[in-house]
Design a protein around this ligand. Structure first.
Ligand code: ATP
Ligand code: MG
Length: 464
């Protein structure tokens, strides 16, 4: 049983076809022209449209074009009394499923409709299959059995269902982009584009024209109109990576887009409605930046409706073994090798602190797989800073020279070194550095003042 829409300006045809298809047990609706037909399918989706070509107020060809823009797989059969080779050819080029010349034998049309519906069912089945495959693939790509990662998986599944803006935070290499993709792939927007842009890689003017598009002649070099990425991501997801790098001017413009759900291409008078889900990511501390006035507070609240904070790899060492296996398999497959990891190398990897997180581990394995000549990855194929890494090293500082030390100054220096090191490891984030040193942010700020290194955290954030 199918939902059929008959479109014809002649009443006799509408009546005849209604009778024929209702008799088969289908649900049949009718429309007198293309415009009415579009309204009808907007109100309730159809499985197939059987449409006349010549009609006043939007003909069958224009209807077909309009339908194909939004529903590439909806069955469309055209019928016309003025069948010329050209119209037929154009109809097929525009994606009509079939074409029949009036007057026709009703049995022939029934057959065409049946075939089109069967094709439809196959396409649907295929799409459902592919979707299921991708969903499994996408989340399967994210490895992690630690409780922390299990909580992240749960979060991904939950937020995939809703439309809210998501802010993914975490140190460099923790998998922010991977998570953004997984959210998209699990969402109802999965069939539509996922578009990723690194906001830190463009100047303000370039970023604006990338995101919002531009009109021909709006600046030197704008030789044609160009769609922006927001428009290109219509129906899908736009991933704004490194959002903390966005200039203040761009921040205002983005805030407007998120509030109004419209963009204005550079040089255009009118705005275009956009329907793209926004996922943003940063390895910077936006909350702190907004307190310091380098990131708009209103934008921060707007994008962090749902925050997902990815834990650094050193906080979930139980994931290291599974990730290692995952990458060994991945790079062996690419290189056509068959390797396992030796217990010794494995142990070294599990002890290391991975400040470059999963990305650093991935690169380490890629390199080791390329270098290894035996059937097992040996510690020799790991970089020396990893094999020599010694978490107990801190205690080595603890020896008292023969002629004694100035303990006060020594402790002050040690304190300063730990603060600097903590800021370095957290790319200048005071909140995270304070966490690392297990103290409140207020105390950390006090230390920054005491050692006269307040400007250091800002410098480290800007990568100086
Ligand atoms: N849990 C994970 N399972 C498998 N692969 C992962 C995981 N996390 C990260 N990766 C891999 O590590 C690499 C870095 O991940 P990704 O690019 O998503 O990090 P990021 O957080 O966006 O980093 P940056 O802030 O530097 O852009 C990618 O190749 C990604 O596939
Ligand atoms: Mg990234």
């Amino acid at each position: 049983m199918a939902n059929i829409l008959i479109v014809d300006d002649e009443q006799s045809y509408r009546q005849l076809l209604t009778l024929v298809f209702e008799e088969q047990g289908n649900k049949v609706r009718t429309a007198m022209n293309g415009r009415q037909a579009l309204e009808a399918i907007a109100a309730e989706p159809a499985d197939i449209i059987i449409s006349d070509v010549k009609m006043p107020d939007m003909d069958g060809i224009s209807l077909l074009k309009a339908v194909r823009e939004t529903q590439p797989d909806l069955g469309v059969v055209l019928m016309t009394a003025f069948a010329s080779v050209e119209t037929a050819r154009e109809a097929f080029k525009l994606g009509a499923d079939d074409f029949i010349q009036k007057p026709f034998d009703v049995e022939e049309l029934k057959l065409i409709v049946q075939k089109t519906l069967e094709k439809q069912a196959l396409i649907d089945e295929n799409r459902a299959f592919k979707r299921a495959q991708r969903e499994r693939g996408s989340v399967k790509n994210i490895v992690g059995s630690s409780a922390k990662m299990q909580a992240i998986f749960q979060m991904i599944e939950t937020v995939a269902e809703v439309q809210s803006t998501v802010l993914v935070t975490g140190e460099s290499g923790t998998g922010k982009e991977l998570v953004a993709r997984a959210i998209h792939d699990l969402s109802p927007r999965a069939e539509k584009p996922f578009i990723s842009i690194n906001c830190g890689a463009f100047t303000e003017t370039l970023l604006e024209s990338e995101l919002f598009g531009y009109i021909k002649g709006s600046f030197t070099g704008a030789n044609t109109n160009r769609k922006g990425l927001f428009e290109a991501a219509h129906g899908g997801t736009i991933f704004l990576d490194e959002i903390g790098e966005m200039s203040p001017g761009m921040q205002v413009k983005l805030l407007r887009v998120l509030q109004e759900r419209r963009v204005r291409p550079v040089g255009a008078h009118d705005e275009i409605p956009v329907d793209a889900r926004v996922i943003a990511a940063t390895n910077r501390d936006l909350k702190q930046m907004s307190e310091e006035g380098t990131f708009r507070e209103d934008l921060f609240y707007r994008i962090s409706v749902i925050p997902i904070d990815l834990p650094p790899l050193r906080d979930r060492p139980e994931d290291i073994a599974a990730l290692t296996d995952h990458f060994v398999r991945k790079y062996c497959e690419q290189a056509g090798k068959e390797l396992t990891i030796s217990p010794k190398a494995s142990e070294i990897l599990e002890k290391y602190a991975w400040h470059g997180n999963v990305r650093e581990l991935e690169h380490t394995i890629e390199r080791a797989v390329a270098l290894e000549r035996s059937s097992e990855i040996q510690p020799e194929q790991l970089p020396s800073h990893i094999t020599n890494y010694n978490p107990e090293r801190i205690n080595a500082e603890f020896d008292l020279p023969e002629n004694g030390i100035d303990l006060g100054t020594h402790l002050e220096n040690l304190e300063k070194r730990y603060v600097v090191e903590a800021l370095r490891k957290t790319s200048g984030s005071q909140t995270k550095a304070a966490d690392l040193l297990q103290m409140p942010v207020r105390s950390l700020r006090h230390l920054l003042d005491k050692h006269n290194i307040r400007s250091l955290s800002a410098q480290m954030r800007s990568g100086d």
